[in-house]
Design a binder for this molecule. Sequence first.
Ligand code: LUZ
Ligand code: MOS
Length: 757
Amino acid sequence: MKNIDSHTHVSGQSVYLDDIPLIQGTLFGAAYGSPLAHGTITSLQLEEALQEPGVVRIFTYKDIPGENQIGGIVPDEPLLAEHHVHFCGMPVAFVVAQTREAARAAVKKIKVTIDKLPVITDPRASEELIVPSRTFSMGDTTTAWEQCTAVFQDSVDINGQEHLYIETQGAYAVPQENKAIRIYSSTQGPTAVQRAASRVLGLPMHQLEVAVTRLGGGFGGKEDQANTWAALCALAAWHLKKPVKYALHRMEDMVMTGKRNPYVADFKIGLDASLKIIAYEVTFFQNAGASADLSPAVMARTLFHCTNAYFIPHVKATAHCCRTHLPPNTAFRGFGGPQGMFVIEAAIALAAEKLQVAATVIQKANLIRSGEEFPYGQAAKSEAHTTWDKAAELYKLEELQQAVKTFNANNKLYKKGIACMPVCFGISFTNTMMNNARALVHVYNDGSVGISTGAVEMGQGVNTKILQVAANVFSISPDRIKINPTNTYHIANTSPSAASATADMNGKATLIACNAILTRLTQVAEDFFPDTTITIENEQVLANGQQTSWDWKRLVFEAFVRRVNLSEHAHYATPEIHFDNYKEKGHPFAYHVYGTAILEVTIDCLRGTYTTDAVKIVHDFGVSMNTDIDRGQIEGGIVQGIGWMTMEEVMYDKEGRLRSNALSTYKVPDIYAAPPVLEIEALQTKQDNLAIFRSKAVGEPPLMYGIGVWFALRNAILAYHPSAEIPFTTPMTPEKVLMALYSKKIVEHAKEAGYMA
Ligand code: LUZ
Ligand code: MOS
C-alpha cells in the first residue's frame, strides 16, 4: 500500500505548521537569543526594540505567570533567561509584532549587557555532572585481562549532528474561550508541549489543546525541543488574547536548538588467541550541553548499546552526563546508541589493525547468539549471525574483499575500503514507564471510520501503518478509513513519537480498539442476521484495497439502529518489559532489531575526497507491513548515518558560538553522497514478537549502518599507507582523510617509497 500522504505531498497540499491558514488578528513572535554562551545579565535594554514599527510587546521571564521552567527529566531549563545565560542562543526575550519582519527587526535592536563567565565546550573539562554517572557491568573486568593475549586502548571523539528536519521548529497558539489555548505545534511530543505550556502558564493541562497534523521531519529534534516555541507562543497568546505564531528561520533553528550529543570516550579491549573478545571497558563523557533535556536518557541508551551486536563476557561501561555551555543536546535518531556502537567498532578496528587480521574476522567471531546476555541482563533472542551470514553469502563478502585487495594492489592513487557493520538495536523506550499508547476509533453510521492515536506523522509513514491495521481488522477498503491529526483532546498522556516504537504501540492500541468494535459487530450479525452468511476475513491479509464479501455498511447501520456502541478507546502497554535502575539489569526491550551492512568506498589519495560506492544490507524486518515505507526508512537512515560519519561537521568556537550555522557551512549529504548501489534484502523472520503484526520497528536501526562507512574509509587509508595515523574522530571529512594520508610520518614514507620528491 502506498503512503497515504504521497498524493498531498507531491501536489504540495500537505499542511505543515506554516501552512495553517491564519486567523484574523494573528501576531508574530521572534526570540532574542543570548549573544554569549555563559555569563550574568546585568541589563537588558528593550526600549529601542519597542520603538520598532509594528511591535506589540516584548516578553521576558517577568511575564511568566506560572513557573519559568521547561526541563523534563531535570528542572534545569528556564524558558527565558533570568540572570544567567548558559548557551549562545538561549532565549532571553520574546518579541511579538504585527508582522514577522517587524518582530525580527525588533530582535536586532535588543541590547543586553552580560558579565562574561568562562565557557566550557569540552565534556572532559566540565565541572558539573547533570545526573549521577551510571555503570553497566557484567562478569569481572578486573580479573578478565589475565585471560587476554592482546589488550588495546585508545580514545574516541564523536561529533554531534544537526537534525536538519526540512520543516523548522515552530508553534501557533490560538486563545479559545474560558482561557483555554489551542497550540498547533511541530512536535513529536504533543503531551510534552501541553505540559510545558501548562507549567509556564500555571494552567491545568485540560486548558491546553495541542494539535499536530504532521511534521516535515523530526529525527528526535522535536521530541523535547518543540516545547520552547510552543510555550513562548502560548505565553504571548495568553497575555495578548490574540493568536501568536512563530515559525523559526533556519539559522535561528540551527543556533538555538541542540543537536545529537557529541561524546568523547576511552576504551580498553582484550582478546584471547582465538580472537574472542574477553573484556571491554569503556568510559563515555557525554556532551549534554547547558541543560539536561533528554541527555540522561540518551546516555542510558549509549550504555545499552555499548556492545552493539556482540557478546562480551566481561564488560564495564560507565557514562558521565557532562554539563557544558552548548545549546542543550538532545534526542537524535538512535538516541545515544550510535555513539555507543561507534566506540566498540573503533575498539575492534584497532585490535584488527594491531593483530593484522580483517576486522570482519573479529566481528564475526563475537556476534551474540540466542540465549547470551547483554550487559543489562536481557538475553538475545534472534541471532546476529543470521543477518551476517546471509549478507556474507548473498553479497559474496570474501570475493568483495578479494576484489578490493586486487584493486588496491593495482592502483596507487585510488584505494578502496570495505567494512561490515552489524547492528543490534533494542525496541522500547528504555524508561519502561513510557511504553504505552492509546487509540480512539469511531465507526460512523455510514460505515466510514475515523481514528485518532497518540502517534505523530513525521514522514515515517506511521499513519499509513495504523490505517492498515484498521483495514486489516475490519477487512474493509482503506478508502473508508481516515487518520485524524494528533490532538491531546482526543488522546491524552501520550509518549512522544520516538524510540522507533510509535507504529508498534499506537498500532497495537488501534488493533485492540478495532477488535472490540469488531466483536460487537459480529454479535449483531449473529443475533440479527442468523440466516445470512457474513464472512469476516480477519486474517493477516494486509489491506490492499479490495472490498471483502461482507456488507460492512449495512451491518454498521443495523448495529447503529440497535444502539450498539460503534466507538472504542483502547490502551496498550508493552508487556514483559522491566528494568531495575539500581542493579542496572532487567528486560528493557520488547525485542531487538538486527541487521548487517557491507559498505564499500573509494578514496582519492591525492585529494582526500571519496565516494561511497555501495551499501548492501540484510535487514531483519520481521514480517513487514509495508515494504515500501520500510525500505524508504532504511534508505533515509543510511544516508543520514553516512552524513553524520563523513561530512556533517558541527563546529562551535571556543566561545561556544556555532560557526556551522547555515547550509553553506554545514554540509549535508545530497543525492551524490547517497551510494549508487544500495541493496536491501529483507530477512523475513517469522518468530513471534511484540511488534505490530510481527512487523519489526524500522525507524532508528538503519542509521547505524552508516557507521560502517567511517571504517571503510579507514581501511582505504590504511591500504594506501599501512601505518597511517588515523585518530578515532568523527566525521571523517575529506580534510581528515587527507591529513591521515599525509601526516608527517606518511610524507617520510612516501618519499622513501618514491611517491614524493
Ligand atoms: N526517547 C526516549 C527515545 O525518551 N527514550 C528512549 O529510550 C528513546 N529511544 C530512542 C529514541 N528516543
Ligand atoms: Mo527519537 S531519537 O526516536 O525522537
